[in-house]
Design a protein around this ligand. Structure first.
Ligand code: ATP
Length: 247
């Protein structure tokens, strides 16, 4: 049930002081309802738009049309407009979307207004690469704490991130406002690690271990299995080769 919400209207600095965008920020229980109203696919596309908008910002582009974002994402302009309207942002039909403001709205929607911490468990070769990749991006979502069981890694700074002993995870989660955790431990360790994550109240898991995780329904798990992905690509590459050979 929607019990309360706050509507924030942002006014343009132009002469007529017209409303350029209306961001609806749901509060408390509403945050959850708000997330439920937007599909997983829409969230994925919003992440993609944010990536392109960041590129446009680097190129010092101030405005972008829906058809430009659509072309970059391989989608239709109508789809882009629908997704952006779903988060309560409206562009100008004449100038399109203001890059900086749209980026801010998408980030507020995806990450929330407060900075949320992300943790990583397993600082092996894969874990270190993930840390290096994620923490060099200009993002509000940085990995702020790493965990491992190897005494040689514990209490060292690895790729600019402090590595804590695994048993400190519940405490650090509370202290650093951690809401999601990346699992990069060997497959046979992934389930016990996931159990600890769930027990600590964290509701988002990005799982790089090649194993299915059993978690309660309210915990969102995204699996990234690079070996399976590569096998799939290889299969379709071969099909393509066969099809080419038959022609
Ligand atoms: P390295 O040789 O540096 O350990 P690796 O990538 O070969 O790297 P893996 O065996 O894949 O290492 O393990 C990945 C990381 O996960 C290692 O740092 C390991 O110490 C850590 N690890 C293993 N089990 C756990 C666990 N239960 N909790 C936290 N970290 C773990």
């Amino acid at each position: 049930m929607l019990t309360s919400f706050t509507i924030v209207c942002k006014y343009s600095s132009e002469k007529n002081n017209s409303v350029t965008n209306i961001t609806i920020i749901y509060v408390d229980k509403i945050t959850k309802v708000n997330v439920l109203l937007v599909s997983e696919k829409t969230i994925e596309r919003l992440c993609l738009y944010r990536r392109f908008l960041r590129e446009l910002r680097v190129q010092r582009t101030t405005y972008a049309y829906s058809h430009q974002l659509a072309k970059m994402a391989g989608l239709t302009a109508a789809q882009v407009r629908r997704d952006i309207m779903a988060i309560g942002y409206y562009g100008s039909p004449v100038r399109g979307y203001e890059v900086e403001k749209l980026l801010e709205s998408i980030s507020d929607f995806l990450d929330g207004p407060d900075s949320l911490g992300v943790a990583l468990i397993g600082v092996g070769n894969l874990g270190r690469s993930i840390l290096a990749y994620l923490n060099r991006r200009n993002s509000r979502l940085n990995v702020t704490a790493a965990f491992d069981t190897n005494p040689e890694k514990i209490h060292r700074v690895i790729v600019s991130c402090h590595c804590f002993p695994l048993e400190d995870y519940p405490r650090v989660v509370r202290e650093k406002n951690i809401h999601s955790t990346i699992i990069a431990v060997p497959a046979d360790q992934a389930q016990p690690v996931a159990d600890l994550i769930v027990k600590s109240g964290v509701k988002g898991i990005l799982n790089f271990a090649p194993v299915h995780l059993s978690v309660p329904e309210e915990v969102f798990v995204e699996n990234i299995d690079m070996a399976i992905a590569l096998e799939k690509v290889t299969y379709f590459a071969q099909q393509d080769n066969k099809a080419r050979a038959e022609r």
